[in-house]
Design a protein around this ligand. Structure first.
Ligand code: TYM
Length: 333
């Protein structure tokens, strides 16, 4: 049985991008693999978070994950700051990763923007913490969206350099699992930018707690072009917004994009958008309802997360201990 790890930042409500690109793929893995899924609050504070908001969003994220089908009985569901081993191994990795490696990270460049000097040092070393998240469990399978590919390659570089520098075969290779048409869901306002929970425009995304009217409104206002839908995918190549909406409908209904085009070819967005709205509301409505229900009992949610943290810690502790011994730290009794 493989060990799976993945994480999500509580920096907002999960979006349709998070759902289709990641969370939805996590659900079936619980039945076949040993899975750890983590709400990564340490990662979230690499950019400014209001404390009260962070707390609320952490519970909201946990509720959303359970509402999407993760079961605290089938997987280890927990909050990153509850398991100190992540930060403890990350420090070692800060001393393994090279500045040159981090300088190549495109997500840092995107998130830091023009004023790079003003970015937190945490944002810079973010990928080292990500490597620690995975490797502190010796997890090998990491289901993520396409935007995490470069970070996972870096995690493998870190594992390899650690093994090489200390002459051990300790950290395993990580395999990124990046699946299907929805590995990169784009913004509803601009088909060249990814849909993101931290985008300042709420119109750019569908949130998992959006109600039916909000979804309808966002889809109605989504940027499109004046052309009709073609009967083949190649014709969508230079139409990023159209391609994105076709991809979303395909992913949410479990069909291929070709299949969606076969049905809608020759129609304009005036006809396509209501079909997309209907499919989204049908799929996301029950998730939203379950999320709201779970949030009515925060004590039960917290209890599930505490139980998850205990299970996670039991796996991480011996691995961290061994890593510290390899580095040459004086063993603690
Ligand atoms: P985060 O919180 O940005 O996103 C969580 C997951 O959702 C995927 N995703 C998307 N997939 C398709 N289309 C989109 N528009 C889209 N937006 C987000 C992401 O690829 C991700 O899988 N650094 C990570 C969290 C993390 C992590 C880890 C992941 C921390 N430690 C260890 C894997 C392993 C992040 O910020 O994800």
């Amino acid at each position: 049985m493989a060990r799976v790890f993945s994480g999500i930042q509580p920096s907002g409500v999960p979006t349709l991008g998070n759902y289709l690109g990641a969370i939805r793929n996590w659900v079936p893995m619980q039945d076949t693999d040993e899975c750890l899924f983590c709400v990564v609050d340490l990662h979230a504070i690499t950019q400014r978070q209001e404390p009260a908001e962070l707390l609320r969003q952490t519970r909201e994220m946990a509720a959303a994950l359970i509402a999407c089908g993760l079961s605290p009985d089938k997987c280890v569901l927990f909050v990153q700051s509850h398991v100190p081993a992540h930060a403890q191994l990350a420090w070692v990795f800060n001393c393994i990763a090279r500045l040159g490696w981090l300088n190549r990270m495109t997500q840092f460049k995107d998130k830091a923007g023009k004023d790079r000097e003003a970015a937190s040092t945490g944002l810079y070393v973010y990928p080292n913490l990500m490597a620690a998240d995975i490797l502190v469990y010796h997890a090998t399978q990491v289901p993520v969206g396409d935007d995490q590919r470069q970070h996972l390659e870096l995690a493998n570089d870190i594992a390899e350099k650690f093994n090489h520098d200390y002459g051990v075969d300790f950290f395993p290779r990580i395999e990124p699992l990046i699946q299907g048409v929805a590995a990169r869901v784009m913004s509803l306002r601009d088909g060249t930018r990814k849909m993101s929970k931290s985008d300042p425009s709420d119109q750019s995304r569908i949130n998992l707690n959006d109600d039916a009217d909000t979804i309808a409104n966002k889809i109605k206002r989504a940027t499109t072009d004046p052309e009709l839908l073609p009967d083949n995918l190649a014709a969508l190549e230079k139409r990023p917004e159209a391609r994105n909406l076709v991809g979303i409908l395909a992913a949410i209904t479990g069909r291929t994009q070709e299949d969606v085009l076969a049905e809608h070819a020759g129609r304009g967005f005036g006809a396509f958008k209501p079909a997309l709205t209907e499919a989204l509301v049908a799929h996301l409505g029950p998730i939203r309802a379950e999320m709201l229900r779970l949030l009515e009992d925060p004590a039960a949610l917290d209890a599930a997360l505490h139980q998850g943290a205990e299970k996670a810690e039991a796996i991480a502790e011996p691995i961290l201990k061994r890593a510290y011994e390899i580095v040459g730290f004086l063993p603690r009794r």
